[in-house]
Design a protein around this ligand. Structure first.
Ligand SMILES: NC(=O)c1ccc[n+]([C@@H]2O[C@H](COP(=O)([O-])OP(=O)(O)OC[C@H]3O[C@@H](n4cnc5c(N)ncnc54)[C@H](OP(=O)(O)O)[C@@H]3O)[C@@H](O)[C@H]2O)c1
Length: 196
């Protein structure tokens, strides 16, 4: 069974988006180098440092399915029907947008919670990893003991305001082990294992 991994770009003061969901400054590192990395499932080509390119390629080939939240889906405009990595997305929501739920869609809408979404994504991913691409869903997975690793692309920026990554986790410490630290250009890739 594959691992469940959260991966997100975050400012040093802990934000994953600005107050109006802006991510441009947090994503600047995707265009900060000269090694081209085509982003599977889209027409995007990132230009990053060699170290970041290796990291991105390794991460994208490891993922077999993605679990995300309804706001991420909405803010991204459903990625125009072409979600990141071209893999099935399990969108946790209270209501199903019928226009995206039809045959041929890469979206499965899950209305019975994160554990159900992760289980369904695991079945789709097989031996590959399940990526969690929303902070809100990551926090629910963490609390439920479903998260194996936290990968943060740490951006040298104090954003000041916006959506915090690690809010609402309670006051009990959660222990992590360092897996790797990779220095890119305009970003430091941090990977941690969640101690269970
Ligand atoms: N920095 C980065 O790398 C990065 C990457 C991707 C996205 N982002 C940013 O992340 C933000 C979106 O993420 P987010 O954490 O704010 O929200 P989110 O997790 O994408 O969405 C939260 C919504 O999901 C639904 N939901 C969550 N848990 C649920 C449950 N247990 N049962 C049923 N429905 C549930 C609810 O929507 P409903 O009630 O409407 O169904 C809830 O309001 C955006 O600002 C985006 O730009 C940043």
């Amino acid at each position: 069974m594959g691992k469940v991994i959260f991966n997100m770009s975050m400012s040093l003061d802990g934000f994953i988006a600005g107050p109006n969901d802006e991510v441009d400054r947090l994503f600047a590192w995707y265009f900060s180098g000269d090694t081209e990395v085509p982003f599977p499932g889209s027409e995007f080509v990132f230009k990053v440092s060699r170290a970041s390119a290796e990291r991105l390629q390794e991460a994208s080939t490891a993922v077999g399915a993605i679990v995300t939240g309804r706001r991420n889906f909405n803010v991204a405009g459903a990625w125009g029907g072409k979600p990141p990595l071209g893999v099935r997305h399990f969108v946790v929501t209270h209501t199903v947008p019928q226009e995206w739920a039809g045959e041929g869609s890469l979206f499965t809408f899950v209305t019975d919670g994160v554990a159900s979404a992760v289980e369904k994504a695991r079945q789709t991913a097989g031996n590959k990893a399940v990526a969690v691409s929303s902070a809100n869903i990551m926090r629910q997975c963490l609390k439920a003991g479903l998260l194996d690793e936290i990968h943060i692309d740490l951006v040298p920026l104090l954003l000041g305001d916006g959506i915090r990554c690690f809010d609402y986790l309670g006051s009990e410490p959660i222990e992590l082990e360092i897996i790797s630290v990779i220095e890119g250009t305009g970003v430091t890739h941090l990977a941690y294992r969640v101690v269970k």
